[in-house]
Design a protein around this ligand. Sequence first.
Ligand code: G6P
Length: 369
Amino acid sequence: EQIEKGGYEHFMLKEIYEQPNVIKDTYRGRLLANKGIVQMAGIEDNIEKFLNAERIIIVACGTSWHAGLVAEYIFEEFARIPVEVEYASEFRYRNPIINPKDVVIAISQSGETADTLAAIKLAKEKGAFVFGVCNVVGSSISRETHAGAYTHAGPEIGVASTKAFTTQITILTMISLRLAKAKGTMSNSDFHRYLQELEAIPEKVAEALATNDIAKTIASIYKDAPNCLYLGRGYNFPVALEGALKLKEISYIHAEGYPAAEMKHGPIALIDEKMPVIVIAPKQGHYDKVVSNIQEIKSRSGKIIAVVTKGDTQVKKLADHVIEIPDTAEALTPLLTTIPLQLLSYHIAVMRGCNVDQPRNLAKSVTVE
Ligand code: G6P
C-alpha cells in the first residue's frame, strides 16, 4: 500500500496532487488548441442527438452531481441548451417527464452507483438518448449507456472524490465547447480562447497546489470549528457545495455550501465570531457582489477565508485569510478554486485524527439503494 501511495501519506493527497496530470490525460488526443479542435469519439458519433436536443438532463449522485451543476452553467452559457441537474435517487422515483428529444448525461466516477444506474434505465425506457461520463472503464454505467466518454483519471481510492471531480468538469467543458462550435453559439475568438485556457489549466492547477502550506496553516487555526459555511456564486456556487461536502465527509465538521446571495435568507443568522466562512471570490463573475457579501460577513464578525485571483487587493483588505489561485477564463475557475478547498479539508481531517481515505459510514461506490 505504501508503494501505491507513491510517497504520500494518504491516497486522497496523492489524488489531489495527480490532478495536473490526469486533467491532461482527460484531454489528450481530444483537445488540440492550436488547431482549434475539440473532439471525442462518443460525441462525434452522436453529434446529431446533441444538436437536436431540446434539453439535457444530468443525473448523478454526490460529488458527480456537483460536477453536473458546474456543467449546467457551462452548457447553458456555451451551447445555449437548457439543462436540468437531478439527483439520480430523486429522478428515478418521481415519474419524470422525459422526451425522446432529451439527452440524458449520467455522471459517475465508479460507474456502479445503483441510483444512477436505475435513472439511466428509466430514461432509456422513456426513449431518451443516454450518454455516460464515467471514470472506471467497463463499469456497469459505461455499458448501460448508449455512448459515453471516459474521464481517464486513473483509479481513485480515497473515498472522498477529488480528481474525478475535476476531470468530469474538464470533459463536460469539452463537450460544451464542441457543441458551441457546432451550434455557432460562441464567437470564434471565445472558442479559441477557451481551448487555449483549458489546455493551460494543468499548469495552473499545479500552481494552485502550491497553496498547500497556507491551506495547512488555515487548517490549524480552524480545525476545531463545529461548523463551517462555504459561499460562491455562478460557476463557483457548486464549488461551494463541493467544498462543504469534502469537509463534512472526511473531518466530520458540519459544513454547508450556499449561493453567496442566498446567505441573507438564512445562514446569515449563524454568523458570529466563531463561524469560519469560506468565500470563493475569483475576480471574474459577480466579483463586486461577492465583495459586498464578504462585507456583510465581516460586519457580523464572521471569520473570512477567501479564495481569490492572484493579485487581488479588495478582498485582501476584508478577509482574515486569502488563498490565491491563478487567473483563468470565468467558466474554468471551478477547476482552480476547488484545489485549495480539497487541501483545506484534507489537512483539517488529518489534524483531527480522522481516517481520511476511509471515512466512517461512507463507501467509495454505493451499489445499493
Ligand atoms: C459515494 C462516494 C462519493 C461519490 C458518490 C457518487 O457517495 O463516496 O465520493 O461522489 O458516491 O459516486 P459515483 O461513483 O457515481 O460518482
